[in-house]
Each structure stands twice: as C-alpha cells, then as structure tokens.
Design a protein around this ligand. Structure first.
Ligand code: CP
Ligand code: NVA
Length: 321
C-alpha cells in the first residue's frame, strides 16, 4: 500500500467549501476541548510529532499560536530564524526541505517570496504550512472566516469589505472568495490591487461576488464586516512615508463605520497602528472583534495541524459527530 500523499497548506486551493466548513466544525470542537477541565482524558493527537517553524519575518500571533497549539496537542516545535539557517544562502531551499523532512513531521514557514515556500513544499516529504508570505496569509483568513462562522454571522451574502492594501491578507480573502460563497469588496488605492492571478482565478470560479473599488465610502455602505490590515507590510518599511500619504483616505474610522450596517463588526489581522489604518476609537470600540480573531488563530491552526498530521483522528471526529 502506498503511503498517503502528504498535504500542504500554502493557500486555500486544495480545499473546497465543504472541507472548509468541516475544518471550522473541528475547530469548534478543538476550542471546546481547551476549556474542558484537566480531569478529562487529554487530547494529544500530535504526541511524538515535531514541527519545524521557520520565521524569516517578525511575528507575535503566528509564532505564539502555532507554538502553543503544537504543545497543547502533545507535539513539540522547533523555532528557526530564517536568517540564521540561511535559506538559499547557507544552503539551498531544496536541501533544507529534504533535511527537515528527515527530522520533523511538518514545516510551518513565514517567508518573503511565495515561490520559496512552493519550492520548500515541493522538496519536503512532510506537510508545509504557509504562515505568511509576500503573496498570502491563509492561516489568518481561515481564522477570520472561522470567527464569523463561530459568531453565526457567516452566510452566502455576507458583505465583507476590506479597506486598504491589496496585499497578502487581502489576497487570501480573494482566494477564499473563489471557494466559499460571500460578497467580497476591496477598497484599495490605485496601484495597490490584489494579485492578478489570484483575482482572475477567484472570479473565474464564479463562487462569490467580488468587487474592487477605489472609493472606501462606496465600499463600506451596508457592510457586514469592515476589515483592514497595516498600510506598510513587513519588508516595505522604506515606503512608509509614501504609503501613509496614499492610504490616508483608506482609514477605518467612525465616519466610515457609520456607513456600514448597525450590526457590522470590525476586524484587523494585527499588528494595528491606531491613527493610521484604523482609529483607536474603532479598534477598541464595541463593534471590534479583533481579539477574537487573534485568539482563533490558535484554535483553527490546531485543527489544521490535526487534519494534516493526524488525519485518522480528524476523520474519526467527522465520522462520529
Ligand atoms: N496577524 C499576524 O499574523 O500576526 P503576527 O505577524 O504577529 O504573527
Ligand atoms: N500585511 C501584513 C500582515 C501582518 C500580519 C504584513 O505582511 O506585514
């Protein structure tokens, strides 16, 4: 019998809508387990499994939620600084992939160039998880959509308005819109559009309505969700002055929020810069669910790791629930 093909999570592409909802239901189960008291039988599906994590960019949420999640599931994680292992300089990405596959059960990587994570996945014999690249941030958007699902806000016509840069986080929303039906609107400055290939693919899938505008007010009208991300992403620091000027009309503030539905929620992947992409009043206001989405990174990524590394446990859950 052939060993099961390893699965990566570089983006949403291999999943369909049913599989994403399945993952959300398992995330609810995982989240519930964490609250159970210590006398319950421990749930350790990653026992004796190790995960190598490579960070070539800074991180707080991603690093803590993966490391803690792996530990809580009985596994062990090893943190590697991309610079110190010298990806592509001290040794080739291919060799790193082959080598880590001999020691570990999975690789979680935060890298610059998306092509590098693809090379890593191609040459690794273990699952590779995208923990953010210049192109996309699927773990973030998975946790965001799960947060709306958990709050029973998710439905086929939910209007999710992303105000800001058509960068990695926005790209993952575009990718999700090609799989799960909803109404996605991106309000971005001209020249800060999402990735063309991802946009073409999502539109060709015909699953969701996808609108792009350069007018944040038009976009925010009747929104169910207002979402934003930093104006200057990691690696773009030398563009900060120019970006602050270009993006200033794309701030989520109380004036913009008043155009959304009264029941609208506000989301931000964080880190946040109050006074730039979002005002303090809105970020810390009653409609903000930013900390819920940040916390859910933990639960969703645990679910994802169980799916990728202990598929029998994952399958058993779906057969018995
Ligand atoms: N949202 C997010 O990925 O945060 P970090 O960059 O701190 O990991
Ligand atoms: N777009 C941001 C996301 C941070 C989580 C960045 O890449 O820096």
């Amino acid at each position: 019998q052939q060993p099961a093909k390893k699965r990566d999570f570089l983006g949403f592409r291999p999943l369909d809508a049913a599989k994403i909802i399945e993952l959300f239901d398992f995330s609810l189960f995982i989240k519930g387990k964490r609250k159970e008291n210590a006398s319950e039988e421990p749930f350790l599906p990653l026992r004796q499994k190790t995960v190598a994590m490579i960070f070539s960019k800074p991180s707080l949420r991603t690093r803590v939620s993966f490391e803690l999640g792996i530990h809580e599931l009985g596994g062990y994680s090893i943190n590697l600084d991309g610079k110190s292992i010298g990806m592509g300089s001290r040794e080739s990405v291919e060799d790193i992939a082959r080598l880590l596959s001999r020691y570990n059960d999975a690789i979680v990587a935060r890298l610059h160039d998306h092509a590098v994570i693809e090379t890593l996945a191609e040459h690794a014999t273990i699952p590779v998880v995208n923990a953010l690249t210049d192109l996309s941030h699927p773990c973030q958007v998975l946790a965001d959509a799960f947060t709306l699902y958990e709050k029973k806000l998710w439905h086929d016509e939910i209007k999710i308005v992303f105000v800001g840069d058509g960068n990695n986080v926005a790209n993952s929303w575009v990718e999700l819109a090609g799989i799960l039906p909803f109404h996605f609107v991106l309000a971005c400055p001209e020249g800060y559009m999402p990735d063309e290939r991802l946009l073409d693919e999502a539109r060709a899938a015909g699953v969701s309505r996808i609108d792009i505008t350069h007018d944040p007010k038009e976009a925010a009208t009747d929104a169910d969700v207002l979402y934003t991300d930093v104006w200057t992403s990691m690696g773009q620091e030398d563009e900060i002055e120019e970006r602050v000027k270009i993006f200033s009309p794309f701030q989520i503030n109380s004036t913009l929020l008043r155009l959304a539905k009264p029941s609208a929620v506000v989301m931000h992947c964080m880190p946040a810069h109050r006074g730039q992409e979002i005002t303090a009043e809105v970020m810390d206001g009653a409609q903000s669910i930013v900390l819920d989405e940040a916390e859910n990174r933990l639960h969703v990524q645990k679910a994802l790791l169980v799916k990728l590394l202990s598929h029998d446990v994952y399958r058993k859950f779906h057969l018995t629930h």
